[in-house]
Write a protein that binds this ligand. Structure first.
Ligand code: PHE
Length: 349
């Protein structure tokens, strides 16, 4: 190609090549590579033509130089066109891929919530602390004395059969009731006493409504002139706050060695309003807790003079309350920690 006519052929070839490339081009990167291929001062095919000028007869050099320069200008324009076109193309593809349908419904979020038993515990603490109760947390391992004897349930008392006990040794056991906390509090504090004691308790009991480990909330009030009507008044507030407005309570005679008189407390059925349904088994009432006036012997066991002071006590089962409140049929659902199940139970806030 050492003359001008060879150059013209070569120029035409290069133009065709570039136009062909432009047609099939897909990316900005390809546009850049193509430009380097032709215009790079060291490796470019068009730059190479310029270098060939030395071997051209002197009288043709001017035309040669002009022709190559024209090609160079033309190619530079094509490459900048290609670059702009490819940028547009990539942007359009990106817009397409990242398109958002603003009318699409949002993905449903499942924020976690407290475990239903924790919810019930916190609600109870709210209700009773608003009445001036303080929290006392006892220990899960107890002596026979605190769990039974001091609560007027000496060895061989038939009431011990009501609570199948896990003994750790003849003296130590896993507490069967938070009532053991009553004794610790009364031994250490002079009246007036108003405590709430939440905690785990243990009984060898296992079916759809019983678990070997469950939670209770004990309440104890000791002061002058405390009577059963104080208990009833407090429990009426509790019933409305926990089970809903309009819920009332009813006391039925019962027996616990550490209270006299003792009562079972029912609430009016919050599912049917008292008319009778499957939850209340047609009676209109649901049993929720045991309570009573603190037995004089228990006060005396703790060095509190029963002539001067009297007390009331109650024990609420937390799992049972959660089961009633949220309509749970099997207590095991509260212990299995299956998030799919728990997501459906309790207040979702
Ligand atoms: N401790 C009793 C029980 O577990 C409940 C109770 C507590 C009853 C306080 C009376 C007073 O069944």
């Amino acid at each position: 190609m050492a003359d001008i006519s060879g150059l013209k052929e070569r120029v035409e070839e290069i133009r065709q090549e570039i136009l062909k490339k432009a047609d099939s081009m897909q990316t900005v990167r390809e546009a850049y590579d193509a430009k380097i291929d032709y215009l790079d001062s060291k490796r470019g095919k068009i730059s190479a033509l310029m270098k060939d000028m030395r071997s051209i007869p002197a009288d043709q050099r001017r035309e040669y130089g002009q022709t190559v320069n024209e090609l160079k200008t033309w190619a530079a324009e094509r490459f900048s066109e290609m670059d702009a076109r490819m940028k547009q193309r990539e942007l359009a593809a990106r817009y397409e891929a990242e398109q958002i349908d603003v009318t699409k419904p949002a993905v449903k979020m499942h924020p976690g919530h407290l475990h239903p038993v924790t919810q019930v515990r916190e609600e109870l603490i709210d209700v009773f602390s608003s009445m001036g109760f303080e929290i006392y947390e006892g220990s899960e391992v107890e002596t026979d004395y605190y769990n039974f004897t001091a609560l007027n349930t000496p060895k061989d008392h038939p009431a011990r059969d009501m609570q199948d006990t896990f003994y750790l040794s003849p003296e130590f056991l896993l507490r069967t009731q938070t009532s053991s906390g009553q004794i610790h509090v009364m031994e250490n504090k002079k009246p007036p006493i108003k405590i709430l004691s939440p905690g785990k308790v243990f009984r060898a009991d296992d079916d759809a409504t019983h678990s070997p480990m469950f939670s209770q909330m004990e309440g104890l009030v000791v002061d002058r002139h405390i009577t059963l009507s104080d208990l009833k008044g407090m429990l009426d507030v509790f019933a409305e706050k926990i089970f809903g407005e309009g819920t009332t309570t009813r006391l039925r005679p019962s027996y616990f060695p550490f209270t006299e008189p003792s009562v079972e407390v029912d609430v009016s059925c919050f599912a049917c309003g008292g008319k009778g349904c499957s939850l209340c088994k047609g009676t209109g009432w649901i049993e929720v807790l045991g309570a009573g006036v603190v037995n004089r012997k228990v006060l005396a066991n703790c060095g509190i003079d029963p002539e001067e002071y009297s007390g009331l006590a109650f024990g609420i089962g937390l799992e049972r309350t959660a089961m009633l409140k949220y309509g749970i049929g099997n207590i095991k659902l509260l212990f299995e920690s299956d998030v799919n199940v728990l997501n459906q139970i309790g207040d979702q806030t």
